[in-house]
Design a protein around this ligand. Structure first.
Ligand SMILES: C[S@@+](CC[C@H](N)C(=O)[O-])C[C@H]1O[C@@H](n2cnc3c(N)ncnc32)[C@H](O)[C@@H]1O
Length: 192
């Protein structure tokens, strides 16, 4: 499987997600491959707890230093490891939002793990590439500072993936599932 290099997310994407998802102090945001931590930093400024899983040790250190410079080190947890080796269900506090800017092949390989190990109702946002076996609840097109088209795919665990469609072998009512999810999330999504 190819290794995803470090390419930072553009500001417009981070700002869009911060507003659209209403990121606040009730959130725990996990970035799968956080790079220099720029996405997490903006979310932490809104009060969220930031959890970074990053395989590159230098980038882990850079993220730590950047958070320290901004006085936000106490809101950051770094797991300097391969995300395939980390059991996401054991991460505490539990993520409410997961962000990924990764290759399609990696997303596909991660899909089952995300579905099995993340809590019901966790929001998953993916930049540029979809999780092909899932159905997004929203797709946002943005133009970045270099005039490139960017696409943000937003999913909800339990609604977007097969878990939503099959429960104990029976097909379940998707509307009930959505209602249960909205009630559990108690969150308004501003998907403008
Ligand atoms: C495209 S960059 C995105 C960086 C950051 N999330 C952002 O949006 O600015 C992908 C990052 O994932 C990291 N990465 C790639 N494969 C990984 C793996 N298996 N486990 C943990 N991190 C990984 C890379 O080192 C890189 O920093």
């Amino acid at each position: 499987m190819s290794v995803v290099p470090w390419i930072p997310s553009p500001k417009i994407v981070i700002e869009y997600l911060r507003h659209a998802l209403g990121v606040s102090s009730r959130d725990v945001v996990l970035d799968l491959g956080c790079g220099d931590g720029r996405v997490l930093l903006e979310f932490a400024k809104s009060g969220a707890i930031a959890i970074c899983i990053e395989i590159n040790k230098t980038l882990c250190n850079v993220t730590e230093v950047i958070f320290a410079i901004h006085g936000l080190k106490d809101r950051l947890k770094i797991i300097c490891n391969d995300f395939f080796k980390v059991r996401l269900s054991e991460i505490m506090p539990k993520p409410t939002i997961v962000y990924a800017y990764l290759y399609p092949s990696i997303l596909e390989a991660l899909a089952e793990k995300l579905e099995a190990e993340l809590d019901f109702c966790t929001i998953i946002a993916s930049l540029d590439f979809p999780i092909r076996s899932w159905s997004p609840i929203y797709v946002k097109h943005l133009i970045d500072e270099n005039d490139h088209n960017r696409i943000v795919w937003i999913y909800v665990n339990g609604i977007s993936n097969p878990k939503a469609r099959l429960l104990k072998g029976n097909v379940i009512d998707i509307n009930k599932c959505i209602q249960a999810c909205i009630e559990k999330c108690k969150r308004e999504l501003y998907l403008y």
